[in-house]
Design a protein around this ligand. Structure first.
Ligand SMILES: C[S@@+](CC[C@H](N)C(=O)[O-])C[C@H]1O[C@@H](n2cnc3c(N)ncnc32)[C@H](O)[C@@H]1O
Length: 192
């Protein structure tokens, strides 16, 4: 799918489905929060949730006292859903409407989190463009958490290159709202 097709697809998903009707919905993003805690980043760390959609991770990060949280997604509808849910607390978040494959980061982050966005980039050129942006956005000593359905952490490590050390990888079986199981692989990397 090209960038225009992706945009139309995801805007339509968020316009037509309620938050808890999408297969990836989680009330509590526990695996992501465990891995964020494992990085040991302080509460003033700059964190970005890439392809964050309407996820509740941002709510949980704010609850935990993280003060510099950004959420990037190509769907303004998705971010709108999260903003509405958060109310006034949304003002504390940096909301970025962009396609990660063409995004030009204007700053760097201590922690990059992505649950199931890289997963949807099936074209090699898009995956390469993603990695280029990730390398621009995450400084040396920074952390990367990527969760993908059915993907081998070593293949992901090869994709990121030798700058990124795979320090943790765990599986999480996600029960979808319709009762199916999705096998997620969470990988955590440290940029050397
Ligand atoms: C399966 S959903 C996961 C949402 C969220 N991370 C979560 O765990 O609930 C994938 C998300 O990635 C976004 N997305 C897909 N391709 C993207 C791209 N190229 N750039 C930015 N966001 C993208 C979609 O709009 C969608 O919100």
């Amino acid at each position: 799918m090209n960038e225009t097709g992706r945009h139309t697809h995801w805007q339509n998903v968020y316009a037509t489905k309620a938050e808890n009707e999408v297969s990836w919905y989680q009330e509590n993003p526990a695996s992501s929060l465990d891995l964020v805690a494992a990085t040991g980043v302080p509460s003033d760390a700059a964190i970005i949730d890439v392809g964050g959609g309407a996820s509740r991770l941002v709510d949980c990060l704010l609850d935990k006292g993280f003060r510099r949280v950004a959420v990037l997604d190509l769907s303004a509808n998705a971010l709108g859903e999260a903003k509405t849910r958060l109310g006034r607390r949304a003002d504390a978040v940096d909301w970025i409407v962009a396609d990660v494959t063409t995004w030009e980061p204007s700053r760097t982050y201590d922690l990059w989190h992505d649950r199931a966005a890289f997963h949807f980039l099936t074209e090699p050129a898009d995956r390469e463009a993603y990695v280029v942006r990730l390398k621009r956005a995450v400084h040396h000593g920074g952390h990367v958490i990527i969760a993908i359905v059915r993907y081998n952490p070593d293949a992901l490590a090869r994709m990121l290159g030798q700058d990124f050390e795979l320090v943790d990888s765990r599986r999480h079986d996600h029960l979808t709202p319709s009762g199916n199981t999705q096998h997620f692989q969470f990988s955590r990397f440290l940029r050397n």
